[in-house]
Design a protein around this ligand. Structure first.
Ligand SMILES: [Zn+2]
Length: 366
């Protein structure tokens, strides 16, 4: 995500924070300072937001670690002022898995609520009324408890991109096909957005902001699923480029450079005796050229650990692999022999064409 920075790593997943989140922290400090008139009050406000976001990170970890159980990696978790986003490499096709991943986050939040309630009881502190979080009365833990309760309820709304929306889609997928289920769930999400928007206009401008967020989330999810549906069941061999320039380990970087300048490819499989032994990416090539000159052999700089795809594999799965390793090209290999390459541009172009054909077909049939 743009405008976000990595602040750490937790359970092997990058934790990022969005620039707008820092604005929220500053606002919390200022608002608490104005309300209390003391630096301690301001610090408490900032601390409260930080504690709330620890809750959000735990919630997102609930999603991420459940997804991991089904073999789905998470690219990163980003903190935004409206909450967190765990970016899964892909969504599972099995609706029962999607349902469990969607509900794991709210389950964690529920556990936090229970723990906070227990802490308050143990300390003998009163659990203040829900309204008191707005007037910042009540103890720190009590406020945190209510903030987590609202987080829980908000996330369970059956509207994209909230967890409730995903759970709804998963339930619908058990009865109809995935694209249709997404459209229905997105429709429900938009209806909620409209309702929030109208109520917000009269009562609370923040609700209008949330409505906008829900509306965009619903529309975005539906479009993305539509786009991905075009890849469904398509094997790698239908998309891959067969006419590929290759290098040998003894070729010089100068030879590779000439291939790039002639506009053949960006990344090159390195082949020796019919076996793929390495990959030379454009980035590696340029870096090596600067350090070692044109005469260095490809064998010295190529990457020897690289990921591959098989011709019969579904493109969807390989796309997730491409995104995960942040590479641009994957050699398509059967039995160590090179059959072709699959690039991100390839896949993108295919999806664009398929989506265009689909909408054309949709129009002609009304
Ligand atoms: Zn969630």
């Amino acid at each position: 995500m743009r405008w976000s920075w990595k602040i750490g790593r937790i359970a092997g997943i990058d934790l990022r924070v969005h620039a707008t989140f820092l604005i929220l922290l500053a606002w919390a400090g200022l608002a608490s300072y104005q309300a209390s008139g003391t630096e301690v009050g301001a610090a408490r406000g900032v601390l409260f937001i930080l504690a709330l976001f620890v809750s959000v990170v735990l919630h997102e970890l609930g999603h991420a670690l459940t997804a991991r159980r089904y073999g789905i990696p998470t690219q990163d978790i980003t903190l935004l002022p409206i909450g967190g986003v765990a970016r899964l490499a892909y969504m599972p096709k099995d609706p029962r898995q999607e349902l469990r991943i969607a509900l794991a986050g709210p389950a964690v939040t529920l556990a936090i609520v229970v723990v906070l309630f227990g802490v308050l009881r143990l300390l003998g502190l009163p659990v203040t009324r829900a309204q008191d979080i707005l007037t910042s009365r009540g103890s720190f833990f009590s406020q945190l408890l209510w903030a987590n309760v609202s987080l829980l309820l908000f996330n369970l709304l059956p509207a994209f991109p909230m967890d409730g929306g995903r759970a709804l889609r998963a339930r619908l997928t058990m009865r109809m096909d995935y694209v249709r289920a997404t459209q229905v769930a997105a429709g429900v999400g938009k209806a909620f957005a409209l309702l929030f928007g109208i109520i917000g206009l009269f009562y609370n401008p923040f609700l209008v902001f949330i409505a906008l967020f829900v509306w965009l989330g619903a529309a975005g999810e539906a479009a993305e699923v539509q786009r991905r549906a075009s890849l469904e069941g398509v094997p790698v061999e239908r998309l891959m480029i067969r006419d590929v320039r290759t290098l040998t380990p003894r070729d010089t970087l100068g030879v590779a450079l000439n291939h790039v300048l002639a506009g053949f490819q960006q990344d090159f499989p390195v082949v020796e005796r019919d076996r793929v032994v390495g990959v030379l990416t454009r980035a590696t090539l340029l870096e090596a050229l600067a350090k070692r000159g044109r005469d260095a052999p490809v064998a010295d700089v190529m990457e020897t650990t690289f990921r591959t795809a098989e011709p019969a594999e579904p493109v969807e799965r390989v796309l997730a692999r491409l995104q995960e390793c942040r590479c641009h090209t994957l050699p398509v290999v059967s039995d160590h022999r090179l059959d072709g390459v699959l690039t991100l541009d390839n896949v993108g172009e295919f999806m664009m064409i398929e989506t265009a054909l689909r909408s054309a077909a949709g129009r002609s049939t009304g």
